[in-house]
Structure formats: C-alpha cells, structure tokens
Design a protein. Structure first.
Length: 262
C-alpha cells in the first residue's frame, strides 16, 4: 500500500499528548520519520517509543519553544537523524481561562510567549533550514477556532491564536517564492487535557458550577452535535503534509464540526 509521506522528515511540537500525539502517530502511519518534541521529556519519549513499537520511525526531543537555542537543537536533531527537514507542525501551546478584567500582564506575556512567540521562533528556525536545503517545504501551525471568533474568558488565548493566523499569512507571502507553503489548522472543541484546563478555569472563575458544563455549552453550538477528538484532526494534518496540498498556502483550515462557518 502506498504511503503518502514515505521518508519525509517531520517535526511535531507539543507531540507528547492530545492533538500533537494523534497527528504524529497518523503521520508516522504514512511513512514519515518523526521528531517528537515536547517540554515533557518523559511523555515525548513514550510517544516516540509507541510509534517505533508500531513499526514507525521516531525520536524524542525535549524542547521549550520559547528558547531559540533549544528550537535550533530540535531542528538539528531532525537533520541529523533524517538528513534534512521537510515539514514542521508547530502545535505546542497552552491555554488559560480567566475573566477579561482579571487577565494580568503576567498571564498575557505567558500566553503570547508560548503560543505566538514560540510559533514565530519555530517558524524562523525551520525556514532557515528549508532555505539552506533549497527544495521548499511545509509549515503547518496549530491555531484554533478562537483565531476566528474569540470568547470571554479566553481573550488572551484568542489573541495568541489570532497571532498564529497572522504569522501563517505573513510567512506564506514571505516564502512562497522559495517553495515553502504555510498553513494552519483551527481545531474546535477537542476532548484533550488542554480542554480540561479550560474547563477547570471556568469552574475556578465561578462561570460554571459542575464538570463538563462549559464543554456541553460550547458543544451545543456544533452542527455535528459532538465535541471532536484528536483523531478528528489527523486526516487534515495528513493532507496538509502531503503533495495534495502543494498548491495551498496562507490558509487557516477550521476543523470544528460546524461550530462556526467561515
């Protein structure tokens, strides 16, 4: 059976769990050679080991995406193991729920540092490597439906994801002539550990009174009448990494079951 990503050198940040892990496993099933990058070194190693046990190729790297030296080392590991870099998925991110008037400068800086600056640094270092190779490549960022419509009390999270959409468009225009495409995935309500963090924040802020109340409220707006799982994101991730998406750039692809329609 033909595998669409056979031998492709791919880095996935935030790949130890949730959407990142599901995407990495799906990409590996198509023959990609994965760098599993995450701030949680042990969880990243476990994900890589699982891919190898299933017959795939994967190596784990501990990375803080706000640390340029660590990001350079991550890219260097991909080149060392696979001879080159072909694709990077900038998926690492954090979330926090806080009422608009309670967001502090520290909250803002932490959110924008990880979700926006971290993506910028990873994009910059990946582009440098791709340009040095001279054969193009792909960058796929994880944004959010919050990059399209933001909600209180997710203002700073939404701002960081709007920034990801902006970085996606700017880099697509900057490097298209070099054969580098840049797109973003915008997941909706996904049942992951990150959503548990958001849900807990709603309760802590007194905005909900019982578990899963926020998810139920948001899910009621979904046309397909259910929240998504990480597996729902994998098909689009595979497509964006494949040759089928070679003429697609600067786009933010919403995968939210019809929660919002752009």
């Amino acid at each position: 059976m033909q595998r669409n990503l056979e031998g492709k050198s791919i880095v996935v940040t935030g790949a130890a769990r949730g959407i990142g892990k599901a995407m990495a496993e799906g990409l590996a099933s198509e023959g990609a050679r994965l760098i599993i990058a995450d701030i949680d070194e042990d969880a990243a190693a476990a994900t890589a080991e699982g891919i190898v046990a299933a017959g795939g190729a994967a190596w784990s790297v501990q990375v803080d995406v706000t640390d340029r030296a660590r990001v350079k080392a991550m890219i260097g590991r991909a080149v060392r193991e696979n001879g080159r870099l072909d694709i990077i998925f900038n998926n690492a991110g954090i979330a926090q729920t806080k009422p608009f008037l309670d967001i502090t400068e520290a909250d803002w800086r932490r959110m924008l540092d990880v979700n926006a600056l971290g993506v910028l640094i990873c994009m910059q270092e990946a582009v440098k490597q791709l340009l040095s190779q001279g054969q193009g490549g792909k960058i796929i960022n994880t944004a959010s439906v919050a990059a399209k419509q933001c909600y209180d009390p997710l203002a700073h999270y939404g701002a960081s994801k709007f920034a990801v959409a902006a970085l996606t468009q700017a880099a697509a225009r900057a490097f298209g002539a070099n054969g580098i495409t840049v797109n973003a995935i915008c997941p909706g309500i996904v049942a992951t550990d990150m959503w548990k963090t958001i849900e807990d924040g709603f309760q802590t802020a007194g905005l909900t009174t019982k578990p899963n109340e926020a998810m139920d409220a948001f899910s009621s707006m979904i046309t397909l009448k259910r929240p998504s799982t990480p597996a729902d994101i994998v098909g689009v991730a595979k497509f964006l990494a494949s040759a089928g998406a070679d003429y697609m750039t600067g786009q933010t692809v919403i995968i939210d079951g019809g929660m919002i329609m752009d």
